[in-house]
Design a protein around this ligand. Structure first.
Ligand code: PGA
Length: 250
């Protein structure tokens, strides 16, 4: 029996407008009845307040937070400000941050710690690139990315948020890891967390992300160690996002 409650997070990335978000929120409200999973919507900073009209704190997330507490970091947003603005969650270490903003494993770990200190639940993203997969380095890369976070915050605090496995080659490409591939990775990640703290290993939710769609969500979520998803492209259409949420097995 899997006692973990499924979690599905929308990652809108740099998409949306006030009008489009309002339409999304109305459609979501009209369709969400009966969903058993936990839902989080991660919107661009400037729209976080707009989400508060329709969602609770524990359903609102940001897509990044600074590794610093406060000060002279022009353009950055502190985790505490996100909490202050009504957020309950924040994504850290998304591969697009790692790739376009040079975020290292150490920075990602620091961001996760700041998020927890501010009262936010971090969704910590890890994943291998196609090049790393083809070089047979998938396990080593994931192990190192996770180890950096565990070293800094420990397994118990990681389990207060969630871990997201997002193979970089599957993000926005239409290529998904097979359910068996993803399940195999999730088992290995859970075992690594369990070495640190066995209860946390059992409790931590591990999400899969990378081209999840209504058509492939059920077969992914059926896997015993896939506890939900981090949804990019398909989350922009409320109907598709709700269909993905409805495919969770809780
Ligand atoms: P995708 O993105 O669903 O568009 O592949 C997932 C993500 O980057 O979180």
């Amino acid at each position: 029996m899997n006692a973990r409650r499924a979690l599905v997070a929308a990652n809108w990335k740099m998409n949306g407008s006030r009008a489009a978000n309002d339409a999304w929120l109305s459609e979501f409200a009209a369709r969400k009845a009966g969903l058993a999973c936990e839902v989080v919507v991660c919107a661009p900073y400037v729209y976080l307040e707009q989400l508060q009209h329709a969602l609770q704190r524990d359903q609102i997330g940001a897509q990044d937070a600074s590794a610093h507490e406060a000060g002279a970091y022009t353009g950055d947003i502190a985790a505490q400000m996100l909490y202050d603005a009504g957020c309950g969650w924040v994504i850290v270490g998304h591969s697009e941050r790692r790739q376009w903003h040079g975020e290292t494993d150490a920075i990602v770990a620091q961001k996760a710690e700041r998020a927890l200190q501010a009262g936010l639940q971090p969704i910590v993203c890890i994943g291998e690139t196609l090049q790393q997969r083809e070089a047979g380095k998938t396990n080593a890369v994931l192990r190192a990315q996770l180890a950096a976070v565990l070293q800094r915050i420990g397994a118990e605090r990681l389990a207060r948020g969630a871990l997201a496995y997002e193979p970089v080659w599957a993000i926005g490409t239409g290529r998904t890891a097979t359910p068996e591939q993803a399940q195999g990775v999730h088992v290995a990640l859970r075992a690594q967390i369990g070495i640190d703290d066995s209860a946390a290993g059992r409790a931590v939710r591990i999400l899969y992300g990378g081209s999840v769609k209504p058509a492939n969500a059920a077969e992914l979520f059926e896997q015993p160690d896939i506890d939900g998803g981090l949804i990019g492209g398909a989350s922009l259409i409320a109907r598709d996002f709700v269909a993905i949420c409805a495919a969770t097995h809780t």
